[in-house]
Ligand binder design. Sequence first.
Ligand code: PRP
Ligand code: ADE
Length: 174
Amino acid sequence: MTDNADLAALIRTIPDYPKPGILFRDVSTLLLDGEGFRKTIDRIAAMVATDTQLIAGIEARGFIVAAGLSYALGLGKLMLRKPGKLPGEKIGIDYQLEYGTDRIELHKGQVTAGQKVVLVDDLIATGGTALAGIELIRQAGGIVEQALFIVDLPELGGAEKLRAAGVEPTALIG
Ligand code: PRP
Ligand code: ADE
């Protein structure tokens, strides 16, 4: 794979955020760099399976990745939203993450049965968020076999959990 050290250098680490002991990988510094963001999207876009029909992004940072890929590939994007944001009929799932618990929701009828969906986010840590997203898309009838991230924190085991769930995770960094 491409050496993504150039992109890794654009991501800063903030200790003890949002809780003591957490090393927060802050992609806001990468997003400030136009060329760095373009390279990020181009490199992830090159990994998206050719039969992909829809890009699913998880609120909030995942939306930025999903929007870039959707534009680059000419594919639609699906918003997996934090609770209380979707106006239409929805399904939802609660999950745990490295520093708390949360919930994501999906509009009913926005994934069709058998549709090939790639899940994207800025980062995978414990995998709780990505697994919740995969579960929701599958409940809606979609097929998820690939998940793509800018950063993987392998020591937190998320990528392994995705593999066990039948999804191949790939990250540019980590
Ligand atoms: C972060 C990140 C992923 C998730 C990864 O989002 O963007 O979605 O945590 O953690 P996990 O693998 O342990 O589930 P966060 O919930 O902090 O929300 P944000 O995108 O709104 O900042
Ligand atoms: N989401 C979950 N864990 C994280 C971390 N260490 N840095 C940034 N985002 C995260």
